[in-house]
Design a protein around this ligand. Structure first.
Ligand SMILES: *[C@@H]1O[C@H](CO)[C@@H](O)[C@H](O)[C@H]1NC(C)=O
Ligand SMILES: *[C@@H]1O[C@H](CO)[C@@H](O)[C@H](O)[C@H]1NC(C)=O
Ligand SMILES: *[C@@H]1O[C@H](CO)[C@@H](O)[C@H](O)[C@H]1NC(C)=O
Ligand SMILES: *[C@@H]1O[C@H](CO)[C@@H](O)[C@H](O)[C@H]1NC(C)=O
Ligand SMILES: *[C@@H]1O[C@H](CO)[C@@H](O)[C@H](O)[C@H]1NC(C)=O
Ligand SMILES: *[C@@H]1O[C@H](CO)[C@@H](O)[C@H](O)[C@H]1NC(C)=O
Ligand SMILES: *[C@@H]1O[C@H](CO)[C@@H](O)[C@H](O)[C@H]1NC(C)=O
Ligand SMILES: *[C@@H]1O[C@H](CO)[C@@H](O)[C@H](O)[C@H]1NC(C)=O
Ligand SMILES: *[C@@H]1O[C@H](CO)[C@@H](O)[C@H](O)[C@H]1NC(C)=O
Length: 686
């Protein structure tokens, strides 16, 4: 009893598995099964039973085996005994000389004598086992370790046989039989198709023929299951053969995820409500979805309710410009899913914009779709892609990707078929109108840019146009690219069918540029169309744009320099008046005036005024005695005439016949005469 554990299963525990991990995995699983008929006595060695008589020399004369052992060639040895077959089987892993043919045999030994060898295979037997393996060619013999065995512990229950299974939508009932020997416990393991791990039930009490019901299974799912049983001692049976069974359908468990947009044609006034929904997950569908029921009614007139059935994931219904209540559900053979209801105001169209830059290319075995989306006020939760053969609109397929994915591979595309592909933006319960493109596996998108030409050219920009034509291009184009090449720049951008013109800006005037449309393919790039363009000379307006600031600048500079000269003169180098150059100065400086009888005066009544303001005045200096200064013809208004005040004309200091203008403050009329700067009162003595 105390050594129950150590004897029961004989598994070689040498850690050769580690070594095996590194070397080439060359090994061979060996198995040998014997029944009691195969067991032979060794005549005079009572402590030995053998399966091959030649092994009787295994024991030396003193009764102890003396053989070299190679346990590394008997890895993971395990033995079992089956009551109903009365068979004893061992399996082990041979790691050496795996190529050469070997013959294996068992050597049973015991401290106590064996009485009758064929009888040792019984429930109460214990013995030591050695496995011998002999190479057929080299005749080399190898011996395993000694394995102590207790038949009770290695007795294995027979493999059960599943006789019937019966499934509901959530349970499977399994019936099986075992061989006639007593069975006390069984267990079942099962797994869903295409999953890896098994689920095992707990042991349950059982008999030779039993039934068990596995509950809580997913409906409409395929399970593989098998049974194993146990005698109550020894070892569990091998698992029975696997049986495959499918649970039945049940009601779809979830409502559909529904989106819509209102498509209105302003010209015809027709409004269409486009409803899109997403196929249920397998776990929610719980069966094969047979179709969808769409019903809609104006809220104000529920009696106008209409219902239609479809197998597609899209429905287009004509509506009037009012509020509707819409409901959609899915159904399988077990029944209907919960309804998804929406209240839709068909008088409003929402602005979920369509996707842009839609393009398709082919990698030879499948179609790849790419697009762009300009993020606006609405958050795109998903994109829905619909595709069908252009000739067979009945078999439409759908794919959904999340809002941050802009490329998708379409599965199941057949060669020699044209497909119509639409991409819808989905934003929760709102959707946007689709963008469409057609494609086939050979060419990718069936669109070609044509009519490439110049739309407009100016001195700094070039505008180009082209259009897209439905056609089968010669090669599959990954994308088209517009390339502008100039003397010192290259500008390029990808172009897609929603773009039909482009302007290159900020170019140099009077410069030659060449513009191409390049097609990019897997094998290289080709030029689809090209143009050489020379930008124009600067035009009048642009010249003015350059000239006006320049002129203004010059003007400002000029004004500044003039001003600065004036300021310099005024404050830094002021002009000091030289009295010699002035008429009055000369008059005043004249030494003959002093002490002479003749009085030279400044006659002020000859002033000519523009008005009565203090302004520039002009006056005349004349000889007091002549008193005819203004009668001469030269003494025209506004001129001053110099006359020497002495009789002696030669003695005049600077006689001049030239008039001279003098700036002086205005003196009022009453001033009278001024004599050598003295006050007028003195003059009265005259
Ligand atoms: C063999 O194993 C059984 C169960 O473990 C035990 O009852 C029995 O005594 C063992 N026999 C011997 C000879 O050890
Ligand atoms: C032997 O058994 C051990 C554990 O039971 C296992 O890890 C190892 O892979 C087995 N060796 C071989 C060669 O299968
Ligand atoms: C098996 O061999 C060991 C020694 O190798 C011995 O002690 C043991 O008693 C033997 N078992 C039986 C059942 O004879
Ligand atoms: C399977 O189950 C159904 C309902 O539970 C029952 O009517 C039918 O007889 C069962 N079939 C078998 C083979 O057990
Ligand atoms: C869009 O999503 C972001 C983050 O998920 C959120 O912060 C933002 O409010 C959303 N905008 C709208 C208009 O729903
Ligand atoms: C596919 O598109 C073409 C051109 O856009 C159209 O004529 C044809 O009817 C479409 N086919 C289907 C099945 O919608
Ligand atoms: C895409 O196709 C749908 C129907 O097939 C049509 O209503 C819609 O106007 C098309 N969109 C574009 C951008 O051509
Ligand atoms: C061409 O470009 C000029 C300057 O950009 C612009 O004024 C003019 O309207 C354009 N003409 C056309 C036909 O686009
Ligand atoms: C084709 O053009 C693209 C972009 O202009 C460039 O990245 C690519 O290297 C080109 N391929 C070949 C084979 O010239």
């Amino acid at each position: 009893m105390n050594c129950k554990r150590s004897v029961c299963v004989l598994i070689c525990v040498f850690c050769f598995c580690c070594v095996l991990g590194n070397v080439k995995r060359t090994f061979r699983i060996q198995e040998l099964t014997v029944t009691e008929k195969k067991l032979n006595d060794c005549k005079n060695q009572k402590k030995l039973c053998v399966t091959s008589s030649s092994d009787c020399h295994y024991m030396a004369l003193d009764g102890a085996p003396r053989v070299p052992r190679t346990p590394e060639n008997f890895l993971n040895t395990s033995c079992h005994y089956r009551i109903h077959e009365q068979s004893f089987t061992c399996r082990w892993i041979q790691t050496k000389d795996v190529r050469s043919e070997t013959i294996s045999s068992f050597i049973f030994s015991r401290v106590q004598d064996f009485i009758y060898c064929p009888a040792i295979l019984n429930m109460h037997s214990t013995f030591n086992l050695t496995i011998k393996s002999k190479s057929v060619i080299s005749q080399k013999e190898q011996f395993s370790d000694i394995y102590p065995l207790n038949i009770t512990d290695i007795t294995q229950a027979p493999r059960p046989l599943i006789t019937s299974v019966n499934a509901t939508d959530s349970s499977i009932s399994v019936t099986w039989t075992s061989a006639t020997t007593p069975i006390t416990k069984c267990k079942i393991r099962y797994k869903r198709l295409n999953t890896e791990s098994w689920t095992e039930t707990a042991d349950f009490v059982s008999s030779v023929e039993s039934q068990f019901v596995i509950e809580g299974l997913q409906s409409f799912s395929v399970f593989d299951l098998s049974v194993s049983c146990f005698h109550g001692f020894g070892r569990w049976s091998d698992w029975s053969e696997e049986t495959r069974v499918k649970t039945t359908e049940s009601l779809p468990s979830a409502a559909l995820s529904l989106s819509y947009y209102v498509d209105s044609d302003e010209n015809s006034g027709i409004r269409r409500l486009v409803l899109l929904w997403k196929a249920l997950d397998v776990t929610d569908a719980r069966g094969l979805i047979r179709g969808y029921e769409v019903s809609y009614k104006p809220i104000t007139q529920p009696s106008l309710k209409k219902t239609r059935h479809t197998s597609h994931l899209k429905a287009v219904v004509l509506v009037r410009s009012e509020e509707y209540e819409v409901s959609v559900c899915a159904y399988n053979s077990a029944g209907r899913s919960p309804d998804r209801r929406l209240t839709v105001d068909a008088s409003r169209t929402h602005d979920v914009p369509a996707v842009r830059s839609l393009w398709v290319y082919s990698d030879g075995s499948s179609l790849w779709i790419r697009w762009e989306y300009e993020f606006t006020a609405v958050n795109i939760s998903e994109f829905a892609i619909e595709w069908s053969s252009a000739t067979d609109g009945e078999h439409r397929r759908w794919e959904r990707v999340d809002g941050s994915t802009f490329t998708v591979r379409l599965p199941g595309i057949e060669a020699q078929q044209t497909y119509n592909i639409s991409v819808f933006p989905i934003c929760g319960s709102l959707a946007g109108p689709p963008n469409n493109i057609s494609a086939d596996l050979q060419h990718g998108a069936l669109l070609d840019p044509v009519g490439f030409g110049l739309l407009n050219v100016s001195s700094s920009s070039v505008a180009l146009r082209w259009s897209w034509k439905e056609a089968k291009p010669g090669v599959c184009v990954l994308q088209y690219r517009l390339v502008l090449t100039g003397p010192d720049e290259i500008q390029t951008l990808a172009v897609f069918p929603d773009k039909q013109q482009h302007s290159f800006l900020h170019l140099h005037p009077n410069t030659k540029y060449s513009v191409h449309i390049h097609g990019e393919t897997r094998d290289g790039n080709f030029t689809k169309a090209s143009l050489d363009i020379t930008t124009l000379l600067l035009d009048y307006e642009e010249m003015m744009r350059f000239a006006v600031p320049a002129v203004l600048l010059l003007l400002i500079f000029g004004i500044f320099s003039v001003l600065s000269r004036t300021v310099c003169r005024e404050y830094l180098f002021p002009i000091i008046a030289n009295p010699r150059y002035s008429l009055i100065g000369r008059w005043l400086l004249n030494p003959h005036l002093q002490g002479s009888d003749k009085i030279c005066v400044l006659k002020l009544d000859g002033l000519f005024l523009m008005d009565q303001q203090m302004e520039k005045s002009v006056f005349v200096v004349s000889d007091h005695e002549d008193e005819v200064p203004l009668k001469t013809s030269e003494a025209a208004e506004g001129t001053a005439l110099w006359k020497p005040c002495s009789d002696d004309e030669e003695s005049a200091l600077t006689p001049s016949s030239l008039p001279e203008y003098v700036d002086l403050p205005f003196l009022p009329d009453s001033s009278g005469y001024v004599q050598t700067g003295q006050i007028p009162g003195e003059r009265n003595s005259d």
